[in-house]
Design a protein around this ligand. Structure first.
Ligand code: FUC
Length: 804
């Protein structure tokens, strides 16, 4: 049973916090015969024929390979679906070890076990485990060996009711016989009383409290010091809540720990006063109010093999630019929707961004502390938020940035530490208490990257209150930092960021492209933000604005080219974008072509500095090509977005094919990027940025609006020949629906949420027929054959039809 022990956590025990609780002794799972025929109720469903810990498919890390995530935005779990012993491994977003003075890590919270008291000797029949991404519901079912009873189990993490609920049911002559108990991953053994289990404790700063209640229909219940036992019930509902006393704005980052227990007790009382049906319907309605805003259809996609088989079949089909099989389309669609699902499940509520694993972690020494990494990772976690019309899911990051930049002291102290008298900054490895580790302390440009997110939310929502209160104060303060820090290049007189780094390679130099492009973006957006509000509202003087504009006009843009003469023959002689101002590509560490970071290509994506008609477009695309395809999970996800911005849909899909390759490592291994069978992205190991990055990339293939023109189907791969999408968001707060056939746009609908000037681009669009929401024909202003515009009022709808 080595595989069982290794999964639940030799590592979980390496915590430095008081021990007391011990992991339950491993038990051997029953042999489960998988369900023969299954057709999921909803197309976007992950499903499996074995529990995560299975006697038949033994893997070293079932959590990473097979367990399925649920979450309510803050509190979540990984579902194993075991029959002999089920495991619901849970987390809460603010349960971090460490303090403002020491390196911190995101922790496992605990385990909820459901042991089966029926002692089966023959195999279980018709086993099924699933995660329905369309309703945010996980489940499992099986038949007992006698074949007289079907057992079902459903799991949700409810946002409206703030907890995890599990519903067990027996249909047939046998009843439910189970024991429920908890494991505290950081401290003392749980207590049990009157069908309620609880544990509490304290890490370095935060205190935590978890409570579980078991309610059974029919049958008998018994509570002892080791758990809650239910015999012969027809239904059981389990309620689980958990939280910490983390408080993002308090000086100590906590609130009074005495209040935490009462808060969790109330939460448990409230949720357990409701029955399963009402909790489920409130949960599904709440989830769908976000998830259903977008719908992607790739014609022919069918969900007819289990998800592990789907990945295998997908990997067995070589990339074909002109054709995708039904299974390939299915996995691509499912992966896209899974990314949306996981953002809703991990990023609602509290002003704390997703860490490297979102909220899901079973390891008390996770890779990189499962921290908040600022040189690509935490940013990528939020790439899908705006374009996929989930603006509110962006807020936990945006509010966190605003709090740290303007209210809490640490990031301002880091500005001083790095030699400036004004502003704020943070380093690459950071946490929820405002700390940055000592790693790469010259990488201070993360502040500007954060500001790009602050302004992006405004560009999509046009929310001026947010611009004034949240975004602009942090952006102006960040601009102050850079206005003071920039130094003049003695050769060309341009303003440069001193001694910066191009993550994560090459020399530290003045004026690396990465930093210059980010400062260009920061100043550009700050100027626009101030002009949008006016200087008085923005709280600056005209002299300040003039000074900012002057520095901006003389800023090194981070865009310069060189001819590649390195060792990769196919690219030799081509013009590429310079990664360093002074060192040539081959003199940096860029001799090799495969570095995972595309730090100097920021200007193409996620930033918006280089457009297809820019002289830097071709060199930047060459640089992208030079970096190659295969890499870590997040790197491939970034390349999907970059190739979409390069307007090369086929290459973007080729990257999707590469990114969805099954990963064969659970440890840190840069050469094993891909996905696990539960479709979690692999760096390796599991890192959620790649999930979110790929989801954003698919949106970027279908719609782009970064230059204030809505570009319809800018990078549609030939192999997605027929399909439709509903509800994508464009900059300027427009909603876009499109349908295409034979890889050509046929119909589209634009809804102007706030009104305003609407410019559309698609090949031959001027020939389209346009109607308004009442069906009456309307006239577009033709700018050229491919570009048209409309003036719109709030809630106006434009429907376009392009005839064959
Ligand atoms: C960045 C990357 C690594 C890894 C780490 C968490 O530093 O360079 O590949 O993703 O973050």
């Amino acid at each position: 049973m080595i595989f069982l022990l290794s999964f639940i956590g030799i590592k979980a025990q390496s915590s430095s916090f008081p021990k007391g609780d011990t992991l339950p002794q491993a038990v051997e799972e029953y042999i489960c015969e998988g369900i023969a025929n299954y057709s999921p109720k909803h197309l976007s469903t992950l499903w499996y024929r074995q529990p995560a810990i299975s006697k038949i498919k033994q893997v070293e890390n079932p959590w990473m390979e097979y367990a399925l995530p649920i979450g309510n935005g803050e509190f979540g779990a990984m579902i194993f679906g075991g029959v002999r012993r089920d495991l619901v491994q849970f987390n809460e977003k603010t349960l971090w070890g460490g303090s403002v003075r020491s390196r911190s890590e995101y922790k496992n919270f605990g385990h909820l076990y459901i042991d089966n008291l029926d002692h089966y000797t023959a195999p279980i029949k018709d086993y099924l485990r699933y995660l329905d991404v369309e309703t945010a519901m996980a489940g499992m079912q099986y038949q007992n060996p006698e074949g007289n009873t079907i057992f079902t189990r459903e799991y949700i993490a409810s946002n409206p009711d703030k907890g995890i609920v599990i519903h067990l049911k027996a249909e047939g002559s046998a009843g439910l016989n189970h024991k429920f108990f908890l494991y505290n991953a950081n401290g003392h053994t749980p207590k049990y009383k009157d069908s309620i289990a609880s544990f509490e404790g304290k890490l370095d700063i935060v205190s935590y409290n978890a409570q579980m209640k078991v309610v059974a229909k029919d049958g008998e219940m018994m509570t002892d010091a080791t758990g809650i036992t239910v015999k012969n019930a027809s239904e059981i509902t389990v309620y689980l809540v958990g939280g910490t006393n983390y408080a993002p704005l308090s000086e100590s980052y906590t609130y009074d720990e005495a209040l935490l227990k009462a808060k969790m007790t109330k939460r448990l009382n409230d949720i357990s006063a409701k029955d399963w049906d009402s909790l489920l319907s409130a949960h599904v309605a709440d989830y769908k109010s976000i998830y259903d805003r977008v719908k992607l259809e790739l014609k022919e996609a069918v969900n007819e093999v289990d998800t592990e088989q789907l990945v295998k079949d997908y990997n067995n089909v070589a990339y074909n630019p002109s054709f995708a099989t039904a299974k390939e389309l299915m996995l691509e669609l499912l992966y896209f929707n899974y990314g949306r699902y996981m953002l809703i499940a991990s990023s609602r509520g509290l002003a704390v961004p997703n860490n490297l694993q979102g909220i899901w972690n079973n390891n008390n020494s996770p890779a990189w502390g499962s921290d908040i990494h600022t040189n690509i990772n935490v940013q990528m976690n939020y790439w899908p938020a705006e374009a996929l019309n989930m603006s509110e899911m962006h807020l936990p990051l945006l509010k966190f940035i605003s709090n740290q930049a303007t209210k809490q002291p640490q990031w301002k102290a880091y500005a001083k530490l790095t030699g400036q008298s004004k502003g704020w900054t943070i380093f690459t490895e950071s946490d929820i208490f405002g700390n940055g580790s000592t790693f790469a302390r010259n990488y201070v440009i993360a502040n500007a990257w954060y500001c790009a997110h602050l302004y992006q939310h405004y560009r999509y929502t046009l929310d001026k209150t947010y611009l004034k209160d949240t975004a602009l104060p942090a952006m102006i303060s960040c601009s102050d930092y850079w206005l003071e820090r920039l130094k003049r290049d003695p050769n060309d007189g341009k303003w440069l960021a001193p001694n910066e780094w191009s993550p994560e390679q090459g020399p530290n130099e003045d004026g690396v492209a990465h930093a210059q492009q980010l400062i260009w973006d920061l100043f550009n957006n700050t100027i626009k933000g101030i002009e949008t509000l006016g200087i008085a509202e923005a709280g600056v003087t005209q002299a300040y604005l003039n000074g900012l504009k002057e520095k901006f006009a003389n800023l090194d843009t981070g865009l310069a080219t060189e001819v590649y003469n390195g060792s990769y023959a196919p690219m030799r002689g081509k013009r590429i974008l310079r990664e360093w101002k002074y060192s040539d590509y081959t003199k940096g560490e860029g001799q090799g072509r495969g570095h995972r970071h595309m730090s100097h290509l920021m200007a193409l994506y996620p930033l918006t500095q280089v457009s297809p008609d820019s002289p830097y477009f071709e060199p930047i695309v060459n640089s992208l090509d030079l970096r190659g395809d295969k890499s870590t999970g997040w790197s491939m996800a970034w390349k999907i977005n970059l190739w979409a911005r390069a307007l090369n849909g086929n290459r973007a899909r080729k990257l999707i094919k590469t990114a969805l390759k099954h990963s064969t490592s659970y440890g840190i291994d840069q050469s094993k990027g891909g996905i696990y069978y539960n479709l979690l992205d692999s760096h390796a190991p599991f890192q959620i940025d790649g999930n979110f990055g790929a989801t954003a990339g698919i949106a970027e293939m279908l719609l782009q609006s970064q230059f204030e023109t809505i570009n319809l189907l800018p990078a549609l791969p030939q192999s997605w020949s027929e399909g439709s999408v509903r509800g994508l968001k464009a900059i300027g707060n427009f909603l876009v629906d499109m349908a295409w056939r034979n890889s050509e746009l046929k119909t589209f609908k634009i809804k102007a949420i706030k009104g305003g000037f609407c410019k559309l681009y698609y090949k031959g669009i001027a020939k389209a027929k346009f109607t308004d929401k009442s069906g009456a024909e309307i006239k577009a202003t033709k700018l050229d054959d491919n570009t048209i515009s409309f003036g719109t009022k709030a809630q106006d709808v434009i429907v376009g039809e392009i005839s064959d």
